[in-house]
Ligand binder design. Structure first.
Ligand code: OSB
Ligand code: MG
Length: 371
């Protein structure tokens, strides 16, 4: 296959409910949409879901624009390839920049799926026709407002709720949610906000008896040592997110027993091929996995749904309905989650129409390249 045209769209969409994590609060998101066209006219779509600021990872939207326009798109434009597993090698000399790489590679995967007339999930080796969605809830101004958010999502059928925590907002919100929902699948995500000190260990010991499904990324990215120390002490599984950007990071985590669960994010790992390889490695090691999200617009969301259809994704994924975040999504139909169940599209390619008029309406800048 040969990509003859590429367009990068910088798109900002308002959030229906502002979202706060341990680092900051946001009310709209800017993601970069990658559009690739091959010689036959088939199209592929990808999404660079990097946050605007360098808080989750060092990449920002502006940096991703630079990386994609200067390095990644020029590397894939005009190159010959047979399968999307080969695409990352085209820009193999570029270090890091996983979000930008993921968006370009995702577009190559959806192009390949469209060109070969198969659903993206099938092309990836997916085996499920539906995936279970969980929701991720941000830090709220009060416990009451958090309980309102939990009630809203539990009532609409989501079987799992993840709560963002940070020092000062941890044991109390967990106790409140657990008190109201004794049997709910609840987990917490610290986004690396705790130092590996005695006070943090004390906090996690206090969380341990509350039956959480996991404690996600308690310590800074790649603090595998404290994570392993914590996992050895707790009954609750430790889940890694920010710590695992590469398969080498994953091998280190598995070897050190720095957790027991992996959050696989297509964006954080640089694309679908790497995400699938991480799935295979964790399967061998016996760690369950789930697919994490970055508040994706519909394109990245459908890629998450597709990867979640692989057999090792046995825990609910962050693939909630488009409507949790966006009043209008850039795909048609938007992703829905009836009773927390998302149907894996069975049509060829991405699995939905891309609403190019909505992209154009919300685009801050657009750049086109030809081979
Ligand atoms: O740590 O999982 C995270 C969003 C932005 C940055 C980091 C994270 C998240 C989420 C989003 O939790 C979950 C979703 O997309 O539904
Ligand atoms: Mg996380």
């Amino acid at each position: 296959m040969r990509i003859v045209n590429a367009t990068l769209h910088d798109v900002e969409l308002p959030l229906v409910h502002s979202f706060e994590t341990s680092s900051h609060r946001k009310s709209s998101l800017r993601h970069l949409i990658v559009e690739l066209t091959d010689e036959s006219g088939a199209k592929g779509w990808g999404e660079i879901a990097s946050p605007a600021g360098p808080y989750y990872a060092s990449e920002t939207t502006t940096i991703a624009w630079h990386t994609a326009t200067e390095y990644l798109i020029p590397a894939v434009l005009g190159a010959e390839w047979e399968h999307p597993d080969e695409v990352s090698a085209l820009y193999g000399k570029v270090r890091g920049h996983w979000f930008a790489k993921a968006g370009v590679e995702m577009a190559a995967w959806t192009l390949y799926a469209a060109h070969t007339q198969q659903p993206l999930a099938t092309a990836l080796g997916g085996t499920r026709s539906t995936v279970i969605a969980g929701v991720s809830l941000g830090i709220e101004p009060s416990i009451d407002e958090l309980l309102t958010q939990v009630a809203k999502h539990v009532d609409s059928g989501y079987p799992r709720v993840k709560l963002k925590i940070a020092p000062g907002w941890d044991v109390e919100p967990v106790k409140a949610v657990r008190g109201t929902y004794p049997d709910l699948d609840v987990h917490v995500d610290a986004n690396g906000a705790y130092p590996g000190d005695d006070a943090a260990f004390e906090t996690f010991r206090a969380l341990d008896p509350h039956g959480l499904t996991m404690i996600e990324q308690p310590f800074a990215p790649r603090n595998f040592m404290d994570s392993a120390r914590l996992q050895a002490e707790l009954n609750t599984p430790v889940c890694l997110d920010e710590s695992v950007e590469t398969l080498d990071d994953l091998r280190t985590a598995l070897e050190l027993k720095a957790g027991g669960v992996l959050n696989i994010k297509v964006s954080r790992m640089g694309g679908l091929s790497a995400a699938r390889a991480a799935h295979d490695l964790t399967q061998e090691a016996g760690w369950p996995v789930w697919c994490g999200g970055m508040h994706e617009f519909g394109i990245g969301r459908l890629a998450n749904v597709a990867i979640s259809s692989l057999p090792g994704f046995t825990l609910p994924s962050d693939v909630s309905a488009s409507g949790k975040y966006y009043a209008e999504d850039i795909i048609d139909p938007a992703v829905t989650a009836e009773g927390g169940v998302v149907t894996v599209p069975s049509t060829a390619g991405l699995g939905a129409q891309v609403r190019t008029e909505l992209i154009a309406e919300h685009a801050q800048q657009t750049q086109t390249f030809s081979a």
